[in-house]
Design a protein around this ligand. Structure first.
Ligand code: HEC
Length: 230
């Protein structure tokens, strides 16, 4: 074979090789783009989560009081001593004695002249529950517009709630130890734990929940919330 003949063949082989590589590359990219475009099994991951929503709701007295600092509450009670006695059998000062005030009926100390008439403490129903104490101590005139307790309240925007919880936890140590702390509010409703419609099926061989929804989700909150304390 002449050199020219060999070159021709070599060129053909090389050209065919290059062409094949080109086709392969082209089909490869074609294959890849078509395969990944709009894949049928894409899982929609929700971008918003419930946990990120601002939690605005009822005060969780059980949780807050269980975490309260009694020593700091004792510090808070110094704001009250000019008008209140905190000892057992303590005398009436400008205000009524406060030993055992937790769960005591509102305006019930014999011999103390409470505010009277509309918006007064005398007109107020009920007892000094955790909640009533919290509301009265936050803003006395908000709780009873005609109260004669001349005290603005413990209502710092930053520490007010914590200060009041500490103080109320301290008041509880003054003859109220047997009064149970409120139960913490139930956790998030069970619905939040349920799988979202269209979510991927269980992958690890877990048995799906029955369609009638009788089986509670693991870790689900009790259906009925604990009764509110009174
Ligand atoms: C300037 C005096 C003064 C100060 C300070 C004061 N109180 Fe009073 N407090 C009163 C008076 C007066 C009453 C009666 C209010 C009425 O009859 O409306 C009262 C009533 C109360 C009652 C209702 C008691 C009952 O028998 O129904 C509670 C509870 C109470 N105070 C808690 C506190 C606490 C806790 C503090 C401190 C953070 C405090 N007070 C600070 C004067 C004061």
């Amino acid at each position: 074979m002449s050199d020219l003949g060999f070159n021709k063949i070599a060129f053909c082989v090389l050209g065919t090789g290059l062409a094949l590589i080109g086709i392969n590359e082209a089909s490869h990219s074609l294959f890849h783009t078509t395969k990944h475009e709009g894949a049928a099994y894409a899982v929609d991951v929700p971008t918003e989560t419930v946990a990120e929503e601002a939690v605005e709701g009822p005060v969780d007295y059980g949780l807050l009081l269980a975490a309260a600092d009694i020593a700091k509450g004792e510090e808070q009670h110094k704001k009250c001593v000019q008008c209140h006695n905190f000892d057992p059998g303590g005398a009436i000062l400008q205000g009524p004695p406060l030993y055992g005030v937790l769960d005591r009926d509102i305006a019930s100390v014999a011999g103390f002249k409470y505010s009277a008439g509309e918006g007064s403490l005398s007109e107020h129903e009920g007892a000094w529950t955790y909640e009533n104490l919290n509301l009265f101590l936050e803003r006395p005139k908000g709780f009873a517009s005609a109260t004669i307790m001349n005290f603005a309240g413990i209502n710092s925007r930053v520490t007010g709630l914590e200060d009041r919880m500490n103080l109320i936890a301290y008041l509880r140590t003054l003859g109220g130890e047997s009064i149970p702390l409120p139960a913490p509010l139930p956790a998030a409703p069970a619905d939040d734990a349920a799988p979202v419609d269209g979510a991927a099926p269980p992958v690890d061989g877990a048995t799906p929940a029955p369609a009638d929804g009788t089986a509670p989700a693991p870790g689900a909150a009790p259906a009925t919330p604990a009764p509110a304390p009174h």
